[in-house]
Design a protein around this ligand. Sequence first.
Ligand code: ATP
Length: 480
Amino acid sequence: MNMKINQVTIDALASLCKRRGFIFQNSEIYGGINGFWDYGPLGVELKRNIKDSWWQSVVQWRDDVVGLDAATIMHPRVWEASGHLDGFTDPMVDCRQCKGRFRADLLLEDQGIELETGSTAEKNLKLPANAKCPTCGARDLTEPRAFNLMFKTFIGPVADDTSAAYLRPETAQGIFVNFDNVLSVARKKIPFGIAQIGKAFRNEINPRNYTFRSREFEQMELEFFIKPGTDADWHAYWVKERLDWYERIGLARANLDQYEYGKDELAHYASACVDILYRFPFGLQELEGIAARGNYDLSRHREFSGKSLEYFDQETGERYLPHVVEPSAGVDRIALAVLCEAYTVEWIPKEDTEGDIRPAEPGEKVPSGYEERVVMKFAPRLAPYKAAVFPLLKNRPELVKTARSIYDQIKKRWPAFYDQTGAIGRRYRRQDEIGTPFGITVDFQSLEDDTVTLRHRDSMKQDRVGIPELPGILAEKIDE
Ligand code: ATP
């Protein structure tokens, strides 16, 4: 059982993320803007590592998936065809007393009021009499109204209905409208997939839980096109693939879960849907949805564009509109899960030598001879910096020279950090707090025998290793 989740609170995590440069409030010097976040020097590395790992496993390491990078603004007809213009709404209620505005389904969920399940129940949501305003407590809420989540903009100099366009609320439609283009160039046969990573925008009624529900976020989506009738098998295949990936990036199985939609909860065109959930400090919540969507999207684009979009199977001579399995994940939610999972508070012996490391007991005093450390236990492949290089003393040019040359070599291959200021224990602690898995210290022995100390973040063990061996050792640990 993973104990770490019990330790982290979103407040503690958000404070570390700001202090160390993972995540900043957007436009902070102007008081911030709700639902938008900026990633700092470390956050951008973390997010990039998540995206790279997804891209490797979904595109690069496979022969049956190719990539795409479509624009964020598309022809407005796309959103008519996809159903977003009419149906991409959340139920919104207003408080008549304090004028607060809330998403009705989340408000009821928070107040422990059972929601009727089913894809149509959500659309026809009714507020029970005991529902109250989460801000002022008044039982004086309006009936829910459908609020469209798409951000509207205008193309060109005239802002009128003919120039209206939308920021995409998902990346998937860019894939569907390029299906023919990709098919004609990629020389792929069904089953094959098209993957895309990119920004999506939703005018969420109540952005909340830190970055979990934002108004601008990134998605990693795959449309895996299949032969009709093979939907159930491919759906099960992708659920397993994706769960395995979450474990590979370091999320404990005990903190992952899945929710399988009942038949009455599915959209009318879908045959199966599973959400992959993570145990966040604010509850078990969705990271990714994996849906078997039939041929709904291609058939709608066929209808609206007049293009056939059919696939011709040369072996069987059949012509059909492919079905699709869609794993759709959010980069920011995954980054948040990875940060929660990594955040660990421990008591360690003061001298920073290896020894007895104890999980911190919340509310208890640190035992004598120990100190508290916060350590981000990222899987090495996700850590923003892979290694930090330290000369033992900054005023000894021979130590500095050797340390810098090791650093120069490592940084060509992996993001690395060089630090020569402060006591070595404090330098280690700074790296622990940002999750750097390896510390490399150059001392006087290094000058004699070409070795350094390699310190391991989690165990704090220190090995003596030869400088020429360093890249090989790091490569093995980072890629494992
Ligand atoms: P929710 O029910 O939480 O609003 P959803 O089911 O509408 O999410 P999808 O439309 O399935 O989400 O989007 C796919 C993925 O995109 C989600 O699993 C999530 O990781 C991410 N995502 C969706 N909305 C947001 C958001 N507002 N902020 C951050 N990530 C989001």
